[in-house]
Write a protein that binds this ligand. Structure first.
Ligand code: TRP
Length: 451
């Protein structure tokens, strides 16, 4: 796979595509970010806006990314270049590569936290601790000068190993087995959490909206989270799309991936909020929420230590299948556009990301006073990527497929050359041309107070 002369690798089956894409989508975004953002932004009302963003904007953009990737047949930048030569349309692709670097930098840090918690679960060190003690334990860990960095380096190393083994044998093989197991474990945790005494309040929190808490910033957060969680806006799905075979159905694949991702996010919410209320944890505690809530739940379960191990193991795996897709965006770009061997490309990309990531990790402790626009490096990269680069990237992707791509070409790609019957093609194209870009624009104008 060292250069474009060789034929590019492809996913082996449609199930493989769905599992790899769902593996990219399902990750810390669903299980770590979704609950804490929902908690910080008032619960049900935020979740409704998040779901609205998925239906109105996310679905069409996921389909658009697959179309660009499979038709362009290359990395995020190269696919745009192939479809629109001698134009500036490579810019959204490059923005995506930058966003991937930004996201993976802090993503690797949080993924590292899951390793520490796996290790703690295996030592049975949550047993008998009060909610306050568990919370203090988390804070002192993430502020530690090298412990989180150690786990982060390990995680980035494993990500490289998976990518090195290629598409079919690496990415596809792992996700096919592990994603279904993750689903079952979260389901069981949700049941345990809902049946805790006092858990009902948490269920209310997720399902009874209070729209008075919603403002421009919350709406932007919900939109950003929808992009983040579905892996949209930076070319991850473009890159995976380029490995999809010509006879797979892009629309049904997108729908299946979106349904899986959304179900996991809601289940994660159901596993976390009842426990948050049962143990008197602050729902708006931010990034620590999952890490301080679930250890309390494990304590209340027969075989809690094993559940803890299983959960953090699977969370680490879910993070891995996502980080792999982020590193693949950068690697495919570096190897194909900057013409490097795939191995070299992986090494260079991962090194840059890891160095930035170490600063993200340190920004939880010693480097916290280093601020960009008032945010520490970790929060700055998260906000920059999730709230700005992804939605803007998504808007450009939508405009590209809606306006620049010929209608016949879009139909041809979606129907696999006329073999599949496409329902609601007009609606999809209308969404790409008008609804999705307008919705994203509206959110930005609303945020800066223009509407
Ligand atoms: N979607 C992943 C998650 O929820 C994170 C992720 C992987 C991502 N690839 C992406 C986010 C591409 C945005 C774009 O954890």
């Amino acid at each position: 796979m060292s250069d474009q002369v060789q034929e590019r690798e492809h996913f082996g089956s449609k199930l493989g595509v769905i599992m790899a894409s769902a593996g990219s989508a399902i990750g810390l975004g669903n299980i770590w970010k979704f609950p804490y953002e929902a908690g910080k932004n008032g619960g049900a009302a935020f979740i409704i806006i998040y779901l609205g963003a998925i239906v109105l904007v996310g679905m069409a953009i996921m389909i658009a990314e697959y179309v660009i990737g499979r038709r362009g047949g290359k990395n995020a930048v190269g696919s745009f270049k192939a479809l629109a030569p001698k134009s500036l349309w490579w810019i959204p692709g490059l923005m995506g590569v930058i966003a991937a670097v930004a996201i993976l930098s802090f993503y690797g840090v949080v993924a590292g936290w899951t390793f520490e918690y796996l290790f703690q679960a295996a030592k049975n060190s949550f047993a008998g601790q009060t909610p306050d003690a568990l919370s203090a334990q988390f804070t002192s860990f993430i502020q530690h000068p090298y412990r989180p960095v150690f786990w982060q380096l390990l995680f980035m190393g494993i990500t490289c190993v998976v990518i090195l083994s290629g598409i079919k044998k690496g990415i596809e093989r792992y996700t096919e087995i592990l994603m279904p197991v993750l689903f079952v474990v979260i389901l069981i945790l949700a049941i345990r959490s809902i049946t805790l005494p006092g858990g009902g309040e948490g269920v209310r929190f997720i399902f009874h909206p209070d729209f008075s808490k919603i403002d421009g910033q919350t709406i932007l957060n919900a939109l950003g989270l929808a992009f983040f969680s579905l892996s949209l806006g930076l070319g991850a799905i473009i890159t995976y799309g380029s490995y999809v075979k010509k006879n797979d159905n892009l629309i049904s694949t997108s729908i299946e991936v979106i349904v899986l991702d959304t179900v996991i996010a809601i289940l994660a919410g159901l596993a976390i909020f009842p426990a948050v209320f049962a143990y008197g944890i602050e729902p708006g505690s931010g990034p620590s929420l999952v890490f301080i809530t679930l250890p309390n739940v494990f304590q209340q379960m027969p075989g809690g230590m094993l559940w803890g191990i299983l959960f953090f193991l699977l969370l680490a795996v879910a993070a891995l299948t996502s980080s792999v897709s982020l590193l693949e965006v950068v690697t495919a770009y570096v190897s194909e556009e900057l013409k490097m061997k795939r191995r070299t490309a992986i090494f260079i990309s991962a090194s840059v990301i890891t160095v930035v990531g170490v600063f993200c990790s340190l920004s939880q402790g010693n480097f916290n006073s280093l601020r960009i626009f008032g945010l520490n490096i970790f929060d700055f990269l998260d906000t920059l990527a999730s709230n700005y680069l992804l939605p803007i990237g998504g808007m450009l992707i939508s405009l590209f497929v809606g306006w620049r791509m010929k209608k016949e070409d879009l139909l041809d790609e979606l129907s696999n050359g006329g073999l599949l019957k496409i329902y609601a093609f007009g609606l999809l194209r209308f969404t790409l041309r008008y609804i999705a870009p307008a919705a994203i624009l509206f959110v930005f104008m609303n945020k800066i107070g223009l509407i």
